[in-house]
Design a protein around this ligand. Sequence first.
Ligand code: TRP
Length: 461
Amino acid sequence: MATQRSNKPIGSRLAARDGFTSGLGVLLATLGSAVGLGNIWKFPSLTGTNGGAAFIIVYLISTLLVGLPVMIAEHVMGRTARADAITTLRKLAPGKLWWLVGAAGVLASFLIMAFYTEVAGWVFAYIVKAVTGGILSTDPAVTGQAFADLIASPSQSLLWQWIVLAWVGLIIALGVSKGIERVTKRLMPILLGLLVIICIRSLTLPGAAEGLKFLFNPDFTKLTGPVVLAAMGLSFFKLSVGMGTMITYGSYFREDQNIPATAARVMLADLTVSILAGIAIFPAVFSYGFEPGAGPSLLFITIPSVFASMPLGQVFMIMFFILTAIAATGAMLSLLEVPVAFLNEKLRLPRVTATIVTVVLLALVGSTAALSSSTLASTKVLGKTFFDLFDFATSNVLLPVGGFFITLFVGWVWGKAQVMNALTNQGALKNERIVNLFIGVCKFVTPVLVFIVLLNGLGLF
Ligand code: TRP
C-alpha cells in the first residue's frame, strides 16, 4: 500500500514504511501470531497426557530458555534493520551467508501455511456446520463420520482452504497498520471474551473437577526424554519463532517499543490462553464422559459431541469454532506476511500484487496438503503424506535450525555493543541487566538446547 500516514513520529525511519502504530497494536498483533491452533489443541492435549502441571513446568522452562530468547532476538533484528526477513540478515551481516536463515524462513512460511490453512479450513467449515446443526450429535461416531466426509472430499478440502486463503489474503493486502493491526486489535478481545465464557460454562458442569485433574495433576514420572523434548519443540511453534515471522513483525515495531518486556508479555499471555483453552475443553469432556483424544480427533470429533451434550450446546459450539478461527487467523496473518513483505520490499512488487502472487502459490503448494486425505492419500514422500511431511519438515527441522542460527547470530556474531544499544533503545531503557542475561542465554544456553531438540526431531538422539 503506497498510502502515506501522518500518525508516524516525524523523522522516524518508519516514515516511508508501513508499521504498527501503537504499543497495544504491537502487543495484540504479536499475541495474535502466537495464539493459534497450537493453543487450542496441541498444548491442552499434550499437557493432559504428559503429566499435567509437571509438563507445564517443563514447557515454562523451555519457553524461558528457548522460545523467549529467540523471540527477543528476532524482534530486535527486525526492528534494527527495518526490512523483510531476508533483507534484515543481509543488512546486519553484509556479504555473508546469514541471509540464508531468512530464505529458509520464507520457505518455512510456505510449508507451514500449506497445512495450517487446511486445518483452518476445517475450522471455518465447522462454524457453518455448527450453525446448520450438521455436527450437532452427542454420538462421536456421527461427528466422526461428518469429519471423515469433510476431509475425504477433494472439492470441500480445496474450497475451504481457498476461502481461508482469500480471507487472510484480503487482510494482508490492506497493509500492516490498516490490515494486520486493525484486524487483530478487534479480533483478539473477542477471542479472549469467548474463551472466558466457554471456560465458565465448562467449569460449572457437574463433574468438571475430573477434567481439571486430568489437565493439572502433576505427574513427574511422565517426564521422559521425549516428553521434555516435545515441550521444547512446542515452545518454538507456540511463540511463532525460528522462521522470521518475528523478524518481520519486529521490523514494524516502534522505536520506543520495549522489546524484552513486549516479548515477555506475549509469552505470558500466550501461556494463559493455552491454559484457558485446556480449562474450556477438558472439564466439559470429562463431565459428559468422553475420551480426551488428542489432535484432530479432539477438536473435530470429540468437542462437537461434548457441546451437543450440554444445554444451549449449539451456541457454545458456534462460539468455540469462531474463537478457534480467530486464533488461526492471527497466526496465519503472521505467516503470510513473511513472503509478502519479501516480495513487496525486495522485489518491489506492489503489496496487493505480492499478496496475490503469494496466495496463488500457496493455493498450489497447499493443495497437496489439502488433498492428503483424499486424492493424494496414497502419495507418500519419505513415508509421509504431504500434510505430515510439511508439518514434520517445519516443526522438526526448519524452525529449530532457524532458531539455532538466529541465537548464534545475536550471541556471537552481531556484536554485544550493537545488541545492547538496540535492546536498551539507545540507552533510553534501564534494562542492561536483562539484556546481559539475554546475550548470555543466546550464547551458551539456547543454541545448545535447540541443537538437542533438532537431533531428536531428526531421530538422531
Ligand atoms: N504460533 C502459532 C500457533 O500456535 C503458529 C504459528 C504462527 C507459527 N506463525 C508461526 C509457528 C511461525 C511457527 C512459526 O498456532
